[in-house]
Design a protein around this ligand. Sequence first.
Ligand SMILES: OC[C@H]1O[C@H](O[C@H]2O[C@H](CO)[C@@H](O)[C@H](O)[C@H]2O)[C@H](O)[C@@H](O)[C@@H]1O
Length: 452
Amino acid sequence: MKSLTAAALVVAAGLTACSSSDQGKEATSTGPVTVKVARDPGLDKGAIAAFDERVAQFEKANPGIDIVPQEYNWTATTFTAQLAGGTLPDVFTVPFTDGRGLIERKQIADISGLVAGLPYAGRFNANVARAGQAEDGKMWAVPIAAYGQALHYNRTLFKQAGLDPDRPPTTWDEVRTAAKQIAQKTGKAGYAELTTDNTGGWVLTTLVYAFGGRTEKVDGDKATAELDTPEMTAVLKWLQDLRWTDDSMGSNFLYDWNGINQAFASGQVGMYVSGGGNYGSLVTQNALKPADYGVTVLPLMDKPDAGVLGGGTLATVSAKASEGVKAAAVKWIDFYYLKKLTDKDAAVLDARTTAASKLPVGAPQLPVFDRATYDESLKWVASYVNVPQTQLKPYTDKMFDQPLVTEPVRSTQEVYKILDPVVQAVLTKKDADIAALLKNADAEAQALLDRN
Ligand SMILES: OC[C@H]1O[C@H](O[C@H]2O[C@H](CO)[C@@H](O)[C@H](O)[C@H]2O)[C@H](O)[C@@H](O)[C@@H]1O
């Protein structure tokens, strides 16, 4: 984000300094290395100012690099078009589900040599690291965040409905009862469900895990779809009851990730399921009032395999990036996303900058490294934490006690896409035939898995 004049000065400074210092070494004779980096779309003014400040800090420390922010967030449909059209920034993020495919098809740059040089390269949590590794174990995509699914709820709607916001539901029956009470007492959707852009399949899979089931079985090279199961049937029946028996799901049945966040933040939704770290987005992109916010762990059925679906985000570099851009991009990934998780000075600088713009510090995440490193990093930034900790307690007190189950591994997003119309049908057609929907979806998913 350097101005032309500033950039020219940087080049001059870099060239002068070359003989005696390695500062400015990324600069070439034609100018600094320019790196386009992803920045969340729709941020409020404070969040943009904080991002710009982080860019300025990075550019000061790396005078040969010019960072240019580009609005970007991953959604299933827009991503495919952007990848094909070559319009992605140089540094962009994707969910864990997309890492292996992008690596195999060489649609992202091989930055593994540069990543291996980072001081914490060998310390990633093994499950998390796998999402960004090629088959030979080299890390092409860098895990920057991990989440477990959670139940978000609106404390104000809970109070208006006569529910105790400090005692959120702990079973799916209680979620149903609370949803009905919210709908009847406030006229808002008691419980809302993601349904579009593959998010329908994502949350349906989440609920199936919580009910004790799975959606695929992998045995060596063979993957078997497991969509037509008692657990999936029970989840869809549960949704059908909320929608058609109780009428407690409002009137919007076409939500994507941003859409449901927006509806929740504006007080239209009592409860919904999504990643436990959503608080930051809800505040900076959706103007959530902090006092409204509550989050708790997902209820788990008393079944041996019941677990919480967990996923995360990888930072990747465009396959078109030159060697200079790749090197600068990895420096940015280190500075912006990761160093703050392992280095006290970096953590404090990030938290101070973020808190100065009145943005959330201290929203819950799952560790990308080990638990001890995570706990230590929370201590470093403790004096900057400004998120309402007591409102997060139902989640943070228990989030490490629940079994975490990774997302399905084979053709994940394509299978989610097959499930979107299934959940949409259950919520929009009173007489939806769950058994027939699942039989068809299972056959479609199996054909896909056999092809891929
Ligand atoms: O579109 C569904 C996909 O969404 C996930 O990512 C999104 O949710 C995360 C948790 O709330 C959030 O951290 C991330 O920024 C969002 O893009 C998920 O990781 C995908 O696998 C899922 O299909």
